[in-house]
Design a protein around this ligand. Structure first.
Ligand code: NAG
Length: 348
């Protein structure tokens, strides 16, 4: 998109956002959603009672997702621990707009941590159900998403020393509102900030996919090639992991698929807030999303480029207008989901 195109898009999204926010004023906001209590802790939870629905299915789904996220995260981390000197061909580089290269190992490890930490939020769910208590662990799932987004924004790893201060501010403010707001505003707040991260990840991975697909093998990236590398590389080299496959830009599609599955579950559960099955669907998406993320790490660490090229993934343009456009779009989408939820609830 050209600079002018981006600015037109910013104006269009801003106007839509203002109209959307104005529509809240006309909405029937006295929707009275009853709040359930957890049978074990006795604390109020972040959903209405679901009479006749307290079965094993929800717990079984959560439990299955914990197992998958635990095993997936463990292996994903293990796969990143190869020797980058002897198995140099296995290293993928994340390339930013200034052609700076950063190995994707750090990004892959963040995906592994994302899987493991989300597994912990599943354990917290089994202990407390969704609610204020759960949010103290749940915030780390969203926090990891913020870390991934900032790492990709900064070329593949966090370089700013201010980042820690911002992260602390993020945790304290997210938890502060989720603890001190009353039902249902505590859950609305927590959900909306989480939706923002989910949409931002989906948009970012989509942009990475298109940039990588369009730019891979491009003239401009030839300078990334390692001229020292032997051109003849047809003999089968033994890597730490045994056999490897050829790297293709389509591997990035797995990141897109994983983030879309997650956002679909979350949007569905936000709009159909009072329906038991929406929770079940959301929980089940974790059994799909995180194994896919871990599979991406597997592909990324078990593939080589066609010699003499190096493997690389092209990061999207991080100029101010693009960041503003993505931020506004994410806010718009998050408010839109909540608005649709409100509409659905008052119509019910
Ligand atoms: C939850 O507990 C509160 C306080 O004990 C009670 O007023 C409320 O009716 C309970 N909610 C349900 C759905 O049982």
């Amino acid at each position: 998109m050209s600079r002018v195109g981006t600015i037109i898009a910013i104006i269009a999204v801003s106007v839509s956002l203002v109209i959307l926010l104005l529509s809240y004023a006309g909405a029937k906001v006295d929707v009275d959603i009853p709040q359930d209590n957890n049978t074990r802790t006795g604390y109020p939870v972040w959903h209405p009672p679901f009479p006749g629905h307290y079965g094993q299915d929800q717990y079984a789904t959560i439990f299955a997702s914990i197992i998958l996220m635990g095993i997936g995260g463990y292996y994903a981390y293990k796969w990143t621990l190869f020797d980058t000197k002897t198995d140099e061909e296995l290293v993928t580089y994340l390339v930013d707009n200034a052609f700076n290269k950063t190995t994707s190992i750090y990004f892959d490890q963040l995906l592994a941590a994302y899987s493991l930490i989300t597994g912990l939020t599943g354990i917290a769910y089994l202990a407390f159900d969704l609610g204020k208590m759960w949010s103290t662990v749940g915030v780390f799932h969203n926090g990891l998403e913020v870390v991934i987004l900032v790492a990709l924004h900064q070329g593949g790893r966090i370089v700013s020393n201010k980042f820690l201060a911002w992260m602390i501010l993020y945790f304290v403010s997210t938890l502060g509102f989720s603890i001190f707001l009353d039902w249902p505003y505590d859950t609305v707040w927590f959900k909306m900030q989480g939706l923002c991260q989910d949409f931002a990840l989906a948009i970012t991975f989509t942009r990475i996919y298109f940039d990588t697909r369009n730019g891979y093998g491009d003239e401009t990236h030839q300078r990334l090639s390692d001229v020292e590398r032997p051109r003849e590389h047809n003999h089968v080299k033994e890597y730490t992991f045994g056999s490897v496959s050829r790297f293709i830009p389509n591997f990035v599609l797995f990141l897109v698929l994983a983030s879309y599955t997650h956002i679909l579950g979350n949007v569905y559960a936000t709009i159909l807030y009072t329906k038991y099955y929406s929770y079940l669907v959301l929980s089940f998406t974790y059994c799909i999303t995180f194994p896919i993320y871990c599979y991406f790490v597997y592909l990324d660490t078990h593939s080589i480029a066609t010699p003499p090229s190096q493997k690389y993934i092209i990061l999207p343009d991080t100029s101010k207008p693009k960041v503003v456009l993505v931020t506004l779009s994410v806010l718009f989408l998050s408010f839109l989901c909540t608005r649709l939820s409100l509409y659905y609830q008052s119509d019910d």
